[in-house]
Write a protein that binds this ligand. Sequence first.
Ligand SMILES: [Zn+2]
Length: 175
Amino acid sequence: MNEIFLEMIGADPEQFAIIKRAEISKEFDIIVYGPLGKTLNPERDLNGASRRALTLAFILALTLVSEVEAPNVIDTPLGMMSGYVKRSVLRTAIQKSAQLILFLTHDEISGCEEILDEAAGVVVTLTNPAHYPKMLVNDPHFTEQTILACDCTHRDECQLCQRRVDAEADVEVSI
Ligand SMILES: [Zn+2]
């Protein structure tokens, strides 16, 4: 877990200087160490992106240790992240997973497009028709609660999923 975690946050020099190591205790608590072996309080000493990276590193490490080849399904893993850390977390998650299924918003995808171009096997766009007219451009003519899927990738849009410029859409990416 330590290796995966440090790989993920390595791109964040500010946090990397504070966080030296992370490990799991015999009681299955996650312990984070700072300089001089001082224990850190993740709630207080880590920023949101590092806390999220720590959680993901824990999940990925558990999967690797279990030696079970199963898909990792993760909902909005890149929220609260930006820039290098976001890209680094995505790359590491792809690299450490047998099969990765991610639910990503357009905001999360932003800046990571070429990583998805390279790694994504199947990309599906999920649209909530209740988002018309506030976020969707076209009326999907659905009155019941449902989620509609189309084959658009993070680079396309169609009549169904076309969003207003400042709106968000959920996209499922299967790698
Ligand atoms: Zn579409």
